[in-house]
Design a binder for this molecule. Structure first.
Ligand SMILES: CSC[C@H]1O[C@@H](n2cnc3c(O)ncnc32)[C@H](O)[C@@H]1O
Ligand SMILES: [Zn+2]
Length: 444
């Protein structure tokens, strides 16, 4: 067994002493401790004082805070290639006028280049696990394998505008891809079936394929109630709110997580809670596209698991989960008209345990036996001084660039801000070239 000690710093620990708290409640604590990791099994062996002597390798955490690697629970990684390509538009116009025409030209090599760029950006900002709904999933899997990250990936299905044969083939591909790649990259890749949204996939295809996904035990992920305009087609055709429609089709369950959930009424929140469905909140994307303010405190009060996601880099425009943490805490207060809503602790839980629970990873917390997915945040910076409350700093003041080291599955992915698993300069050059060529083809 080879071991790694992340030593000399403080550690963010989950805190659940009070049995009256629900499992959704969070109250982190901070301890001066080392984290000992089994680099072979990729698990945390021990958390406590003076573990450095028993380790084969050490990562210096002095002056830093060891946190669980952040979990980005919704995104389209290769959309890094479209970062800054089309801004300042609402969702429908943005997708139809700019994004979908560009994606029509997307080749496998583009997804390879864009996902590697996303991986470098995530590693540099302390994210160790992410969800990806996109195309050419084999390329996504290769990028995840090389980067050393953990991911739940799937082929995104859209059937509107397709004839029956093409629509069925698209949904069937989501299932076959999920079966093919589950467990890849030494188990760091898991899969899901990913229909784009209730209104972009025909009812008959949900009816045919969702039972097959359920039968095979494959989780589901889709966009839900992102904008007001997304509600109308479903309400007009099915006569019910989209969450009810999705539940009636068997889409909601404990292993389902939905992105956005911005426009939810009380009945829909209840459905999400009853079915154990997670909401992946994407505050930056919701603000940029002016989609609305998700009722996050209401979801938390109802007992819904809430995770955090960046969405694609074209609607964010970065993949820094620290930005998302801050946005979630700020927007949550504005939406609830209550400064006590979505406090720092709740936001940190969303970005760690909430995301890990959504994606089905035994991570998101630093505990013996959990996956050794960690980041070390350097606290010796003016914007993190003084240190009254480190959970507050994580939510409101820290940035991705404060991350010193990133570890996933017991492997060091970034040491002293040097990414070890990917050649950062080559990745950037390749992405720049792929993005330029993609846009040239689209504008052809
Ligand atoms: C079918 S693969 C995923 C599909 O979703 C598009 N997309 C990116 N961002 C959003 C968003 O915020 N809402 C809905 N759809 C989005 C992406 O461009 C792909 O086409
Ligand atoms: Zn999305």
């Amino acid at each position: 067994m080879s071991t790694l000690a992340v030593a000399g710093g403080r550690v963010l620990l989950p805190h659940r002493d009070d049995e009256t708290r629900s499992s959704r409640a969070s109250d982190h604590s901070i301890a001066e401790a080392d984290v000992l990791v089994d680099a072979d099994s990729g698990e945390v062996l021990d958390v406590g004082p003076d573990l450095v002597d028993s380790a084969d390798e050490t990562l210096d955490a002095s002056g830093g805070l060891v946190i669980p690697g952040l979990v980005n629970a919704h995104g389209h990684a290769a959309m890094t290639l479209l970062r800054g390509y089309a801004d300042d538009k609402p969702l429908e116009a943005w997708l139809q006028e700019d994004i979908w025409p560009a994606e029509a030209e997307l080749a496998a090599e583009d997804v390879a280049a864009g996902t590697r760029l996303a991986a470098v950006e995530m590693i540099r900002s302390g994210t160790t696990a992410f969800a990806d709904m996109y195309f050419h999933v084999g390329e996504v899997v290769e990028a995840v394998r090389e980067a050393g990250l953990r991911a739940r990936v799937g082929h995104g299905v859209v059937t509107v505008g397709k004839d029956e044969k093409a629509a069925r083939a698209d949904f069937a591909e989501s299932l076959s891809v999920a079966e093919e790649f589950d467990g890849a990259a030494d188990g760091r890749v898991r899969t899901a079936v990913m229909p784009h949204a209730p209104h972009t996939v025909g009812t008959e295809y949900f009816e045919e394929f969702v039972p097959q996904a359920r039968e095979a035990g494959i989780p589901l992920h889709f966009h839900l109630n992102e904008t007001e305009a997304y509600l109308d087609p479903v309400e007009e055709e099915a006569g019910v709110r989209p969450t009810e429609y999705a539940d009636d089709l068997g889409l909601l369950a404990e292993d389902t997580w939905v992105a956005h959930g911005v426009h939810l009424d009380a009945g829909e929140i209840e459905r999400l809670a009853e079915t154990g469905t997670t909401v992946a909140h994407c505050p930056a994307s919701n603000m940029k596209l002016a989609s609305g303010m998700a009722p996050i405190q209401d979801l938390l009060d109802a007992g819904v698991n809430v995770a955090l996601g960046t969405d694609g880099a074209a609607s964010n425009n970065d993949l820094d989960m620290f930005d998302e943490l801050r946005d979630a805490a700020m927007l949550g207060k504005l939406a609830a008209d209550d400064a006590e809503a979505v406090d720092a602790d709740a936001a940190v839980r969303m970005a760690t345990e909430g995301g890990a629970e959504a994606l089905g990873f035994d991570a998101g917390r630093i505990e013996t036996g959990a996956k050794a997915d960690l980041a070390v945040v350097d606290l010796e910076a003016p914007h993190l001084t003084p240190q009254h409350d480190l959970v507050s700093h994580l939510a409101y003041a820290a940035r991705g660039s404060d991350v010193r080291h990133t570890v996933c599955d017991g492997e060091v992915l970034m040491r002293d801000r040097e990414v070890l698993t990917l050649d950062e300069e080559a990745v950037r050059e390749r992405a720049e070239e792929a993005a330029r060529e993609l846009v040239a083809r689209a504008e052809g």
